[in-house]
Write a protein of this length. Structure first.
Length: 267
Protein backbone atom coordinates (compact mmCIF):
# COMPACT_ATOMS: atom_id res chain seq x y z
CA UNK A 1 0.00 0.00 0.00
CA UNK A 2 2.81 2.41 0.86
CA UNK A 3 4.53 1.68 -2.45
CA UNK A 4 1.29 2.34 -4.34
CA UNK A 5 0.84 5.67 -2.54
CA UNK A 6 4.37 6.79 -3.33
CA UNK A 7 4.08 5.90 -7.00
CA UNK A 8 0.70 7.63 -7.26
CA UNK A 9 2.12 10.77 -5.61
CA UNK A 10 5.10 10.91 -7.96
CA UNK A 11 2.79 10.36 -10.93
CA UNK A 12 0.76 13.37 -9.79
CA UNK A 13 3.92 15.47 -9.73
CA UNK A 14 4.78 14.32 -13.24
CA UNK A 15 1.30 15.26 -14.46
CA UNK A 16 1.50 18.68 -12.85
CA UNK A 17 4.89 19.33 -14.44
CA UNK A 18 3.56 18.29 -17.85
CA UNK A 19 0.68 20.75 -17.58
CA UNK A 20 2.47 23.73 -16.04
CA UNK A 21 6.00 23.42 -17.39
CA UNK A 22 7.18 25.16 -20.54
CA UNK A 23 8.45 23.01 -23.37
CA UNK A 24 12.12 22.14 -23.16
CA UNK A 25 14.44 23.73 -25.69
CA UNK A 26 15.58 21.03 -28.11
CA UNK A 27 19.17 20.91 -29.26
CA UNK A 28 18.68 22.97 -32.43
CA UNK A 29 16.88 25.74 -30.52
CA UNK A 30 19.74 25.97 -27.99
CA UNK A 31 22.27 26.24 -30.81
CA UNK A 32 20.18 28.88 -32.63
CA UNK A 33 19.85 30.92 -29.43
CA UNK A 34 23.62 30.99 -28.92
CA UNK A 35 23.26 30.33 -25.18
CA UNK A 36 23.23 27.21 -22.98
CA UNK A 37 21.46 27.72 -19.63
CA UNK A 38 22.81 25.45 -16.88
CA UNK A 39 21.73 25.21 -13.25
CA UNK A 40 24.59 25.05 -10.72
CA UNK A 41 24.27 24.88 -6.94
CA UNK A 42 26.78 27.37 -5.43
CA UNK A 43 26.63 25.76 -1.97
CA UNK A 44 28.30 22.47 -2.95
CA UNK A 45 32.00 23.37 -3.15
CA UNK A 46 34.01 22.36 -5.07
CA UNK A 47 31.21 21.44 -7.50
CA UNK A 48 29.98 25.01 -7.26
CA UNK A 49 30.88 27.97 -5.07
CA UNK A 50 31.15 31.77 -5.19
CA UNK A 51 34.61 33.27 -5.77
CA UNK A 52 35.92 36.66 -4.61
CA UNK A 53 34.18 38.35 -7.55
CA UNK A 54 30.83 36.79 -6.53
CA UNK A 55 30.85 34.60 -9.64
CA UNK A 56 29.99 30.90 -9.45
CA UNK A 57 32.98 28.67 -10.15
CA UNK A 58 33.80 25.01 -9.66
CA UNK A 59 33.81 21.63 -11.36
CA UNK A 60 30.22 21.99 -12.56
CA UNK A 61 30.96 25.35 -14.16
CA UNK A 62 34.10 24.10 -15.91
CA UNK A 63 32.26 21.04 -17.19
CA UNK A 64 29.30 23.09 -18.41
CA UNK A 65 31.63 25.59 -20.08
CA UNK A 66 33.28 22.74 -21.98
CA UNK A 67 29.87 21.46 -23.10
CA UNK A 68 28.93 24.96 -24.28
CA UNK A 69 32.23 25.21 -26.15
CA UNK A 70 31.56 21.91 -27.90
CA UNK A 71 28.13 23.26 -28.93
CA UNK A 72 29.59 26.57 -30.08
CA UNK A 73 27.41 28.65 -27.72
CA UNK A 74 27.87 30.84 -24.65
CA UNK A 75 27.31 29.48 -21.15
CA UNK A 76 24.78 31.09 -18.83
CA UNK A 77 25.15 29.82 -15.25
CA UNK A 78 21.91 29.90 -13.26
CA UNK A 79 22.13 29.62 -9.47
CA UNK A 80 19.87 26.83 -8.15
CA UNK A 81 19.40 25.22 -4.75
CA UNK A 82 18.64 21.61 -3.93
CA UNK A 83 14.85 22.18 -3.57
CA UNK A 84 14.39 24.12 -6.83
CA UNK A 85 16.81 22.42 -9.21
CA UNK A 86 14.33 19.85 -10.52
CA UNK A 87 11.46 22.37 -10.85
CA UNK A 88 13.81 24.66 -12.82
CA UNK A 89 14.50 21.81 -15.26
CA UNK A 90 10.87 20.72 -15.46
CA UNK A 91 9.67 24.27 -16.12
CA UNK A 92 12.18 24.83 -18.92
CA UNK A 93 13.97 27.67 -17.13
CA UNK A 94 17.30 25.86 -17.61
CA UNK A 95 18.50 23.35 -20.19
CA UNK A 96 20.11 21.00 -17.71
CA UNK A 97 21.12 20.94 -14.07
CA UNK A 98 24.22 19.77 -12.26
CA UNK A 99 24.98 19.77 -8.52
CA UNK A 100 25.46 16.13 -7.45
CA UNK A 101 22.40 14.95 -9.39
CA UNK A 102 22.42 11.32 -8.31
CA UNK A 103 20.51 9.13 -10.74
CA UNK A 104 17.56 7.48 -8.98
CA UNK A 105 14.45 5.68 -10.27
CA UNK A 106 12.16 8.09 -8.38
CA UNK A 107 13.74 11.20 -9.92
CA UNK A 108 13.72 9.55 -13.33
CA UNK A 109 9.93 9.58 -13.24
CA UNK A 110 10.09 13.38 -13.24
CA UNK A 111 13.22 14.25 -15.25
CA UNK A 112 15.50 12.49 -17.71
CA UNK A 113 19.17 11.80 -17.02
CA UNK A 114 22.25 11.62 -19.15
CA UNK A 115 24.98 9.06 -18.67
CA UNK A 116 27.03 9.64 -15.50
CA UNK A 117 29.43 12.56 -15.42
CA UNK A 118 31.01 11.62 -12.11
CA UNK A 119 30.61 9.42 -9.07
CA UNK A 120 30.60 10.12 -5.36
CA UNK A 121 31.88 7.47 -2.97
CA UNK A 122 30.15 7.12 0.39
CA UNK A 123 32.91 5.26 2.14
CA UNK A 124 35.67 5.19 4.70
CA UNK A 125 38.75 7.40 4.85
CA UNK A 126 41.56 6.17 7.05
CA UNK A 127 45.37 6.04 7.06
CA UNK A 128 47.73 3.46 5.59
CA UNK A 129 48.73 0.97 8.24
CA UNK A 130 45.29 0.74 9.82
CA UNK A 131 44.07 -2.87 9.65
CA UNK A 132 40.60 -2.18 8.21
CA UNK A 133 39.62 -3.73 4.88
CA UNK A 134 35.86 -3.09 4.95
CA UNK A 135 33.56 -0.65 6.69
CA UNK A 136 31.94 -3.47 8.70
CA UNK A 137 35.23 -3.95 10.58
CA UNK A 138 34.77 -0.52 12.19
CA UNK A 139 32.01 -1.81 14.46
CA UNK A 140 34.25 -2.20 17.50
CA UNK A 141 34.74 -0.32 20.78
CA UNK A 142 38.45 -0.17 19.88
CA UNK A 143 37.64 2.03 16.85
CA UNK A 144 37.12 5.79 17.04
CA UNK A 145 35.18 7.36 14.20
CA UNK A 146 35.89 11.07 13.68
CA UNK A 147 32.84 12.80 12.23
CA UNK A 148 31.38 16.23 11.58
CA UNK A 149 28.69 17.08 14.08
CA UNK A 150 25.12 17.02 12.72
CA UNK A 151 25.86 15.30 9.39
CA UNK A 152 23.89 12.48 7.76
CA UNK A 153 26.56 9.74 8.19
CA UNK A 154 25.98 9.83 11.95
CA UNK A 155 22.62 8.10 11.45
CA UNK A 156 24.30 5.37 9.41
CA UNK A 157 26.95 4.89 12.11
CA UNK A 158 24.33 4.73 14.83
CA UNK A 159 22.40 2.06 12.93
CA UNK A 160 25.27 0.00 11.52
CA UNK A 161 28.34 0.66 13.70
CA UNK A 162 26.82 0.99 17.17
CA UNK A 163 29.88 -0.38 18.99
CA UNK A 164 32.33 2.18 17.58
CA UNK A 165 33.33 5.27 19.55
CA UNK A 166 32.52 8.58 17.84
CA UNK A 167 34.49 11.81 18.16
CA UNK A 168 32.41 14.76 16.94
CA UNK A 169 34.07 17.90 15.57
CA UNK A 170 32.66 21.05 14.00
CA UNK A 171 33.91 20.87 10.41
CA UNK A 172 35.73 18.75 7.84
CA UNK A 173 39.16 20.42 8.11
CA UNK A 174 39.16 19.62 11.85
CA UNK A 175 38.11 16.02 11.19
CA UNK A 176 40.88 15.47 8.63
CA UNK A 177 43.41 17.10 10.95
CA UNK A 178 42.35 14.82 13.81
CA UNK A 179 42.80 11.73 11.65
CA UNK A 180 46.21 12.95 10.48
CA UNK A 181 47.24 13.49 14.10
CA UNK A 182 46.11 10.00 15.12
CA UNK A 183 43.25 11.18 17.33
CA UNK A 184 40.89 8.77 15.59
CA UNK A 185 40.86 5.84 13.22
CA UNK A 186 38.50 6.64 10.36
CA UNK A 187 35.84 8.92 8.89
CA UNK A 188 32.69 7.75 7.08
CA UNK A 189 31.33 10.23 4.55
CA UNK A 190 31.34 11.15 0.85
CA UNK A 191 35.11 11.06 0.70
CA UNK A 192 35.55 12.85 -2.64
CA UNK A 193 34.67 16.16 -1.02
CA UNK A 194 37.56 16.15 1.47
CA UNK A 195 40.39 15.80 -1.07
CA UNK A 196 41.56 19.41 -0.67
CA UNK A 197 41.78 18.94 3.11
CA UNK A 198 43.64 15.64 2.76
CA UNK A 199 46.31 17.36 0.67
CA UNK A 200 47.20 19.76 3.49
CA UNK A 201 48.65 16.92 5.57
CA UNK A 202 51.72 14.79 4.87
CA UNK A 203 49.93 11.53 5.56
CA UNK A 204 49.46 8.34 3.53
CA UNK A 205 45.69 8.33 3.22
CA UNK A 206 43.66 5.25 2.36
CA UNK A 207 40.07 4.94 1.16
CA UNK A 208 38.76 1.46 1.84
CA UNK A 209 38.28 -0.50 -1.36
CA UNK A 210 34.79 -1.61 -0.27
CA UNK A 211 32.57 1.48 -0.11
CA UNK A 212 29.20 1.67 1.59
CA UNK A 213 27.77 2.97 -1.68
CA UNK A 214 28.74 4.67 -4.95
CA UNK A 215 26.44 7.38 -6.31
CA UNK A 216 26.36 8.01 -10.07
CA UNK A 217 25.62 11.63 -10.98
CA UNK A 218 24.48 12.74 -14.42
CA UNK A 219 22.94 15.82 -15.97
CA UNK A 220 19.24 16.31 -15.26
CA UNK A 221 17.17 17.47 -18.26
CA UNK A 222 13.48 17.97 -18.93
CA UNK A 223 11.49 14.82 -19.58
CA UNK A 224 11.36 13.92 -23.27
CA UNK A 225 14.09 16.28 -24.50
CA UNK A 226 15.73 13.47 -26.43
CA UNK A 227 17.65 15.57 -28.95
CA UNK A 228 19.55 17.32 -26.14
CA UNK A 229 19.96 14.15 -24.07
CA UNK A 230 21.36 12.09 -26.94
CA UNK A 231 23.87 14.78 -27.92
CA UNK A 232 24.94 15.25 -24.29
CA UNK A 233 25.50 11.49 -23.92
CA UNK A 234 27.85 11.57 -26.90
CA UNK A 235 29.70 14.60 -25.51
CA UNK A 236 30.02 13.03 -22.05
CA UNK A 237 31.45 9.86 -23.56
CA UNK A 238 34.06 11.86 -25.47
CA UNK A 239 35.03 13.91 -22.41
CA UNK A 240 35.53 10.72 -20.42
CA UNK A 241 37.45 9.04 -23.23
CA UNK A 242 39.78 12.03 -23.60
CA UNK A 243 40.39 12.23 -19.85
CA UNK A 244 39.02 15.76 -19.58
CA UNK A 245 36.53 14.91 -16.84
CA UNK A 246 39.32 13.40 -14.74
CA UNK A 247 41.48 16.50 -15.24
CA UNK A 248 38.66 18.81 -14.11
CA UNK A 249 38.03 16.58 -11.09
CA UNK A 250 41.68 16.69 -9.99
CA UNK A 251 41.74 20.47 -10.47
CA UNK A 252 38.81 21.09 -8.12
CA UNK A 253 38.90 18.14 -5.73
CA UNK A 254 42.66 17.76 -5.38
CA UNK A 255 42.47 13.98 -5.78
CA UNK A 256 41.49 11.47 -8.45
CA UNK A 257 37.87 10.33 -8.57
CA UNK A 258 37.76 7.39 -6.17
CA UNK A 259 35.37 5.42 -8.41
CA UNK A 260 36.12 6.57 -11.97
CA UNK A 261 33.25 6.45 -14.43
CA UNK A 262 35.44 5.66 -17.41
CA UNK A 263 34.45 5.77 -21.09
CA UNK A 264 32.23 2.70 -21.10
CA UNK A 265 29.44 3.32 -23.61
CA UNK A 266 27.08 0.98 -21.74
CA UNK A 267 27.09 2.51 -18.23
Amino acid sequence: MLRKFIVTSIAAVVAAVAVEGAAARPLDEIIDSGTLRVGVNPTLAPLGTYNDQNAIVGFDVDFSARIAEMLGVELEVVSVGSPDRIPFVSSGEIDFVMGAMTRTPARSLIIDYTLPVHTEVFGVLTIEGKPFESWQELNSPDVTMVQVRGTTPLKFIEANLPDAEVLLLDNYPDVIRALAQGRGDAMLDVVDFVGEHMNTHDVAWKVLATPVDVYYCGLGIQKGNYSLRDWLNTAIFELHRDGEVDEMWRKWFGVDMFAPVGANPYF
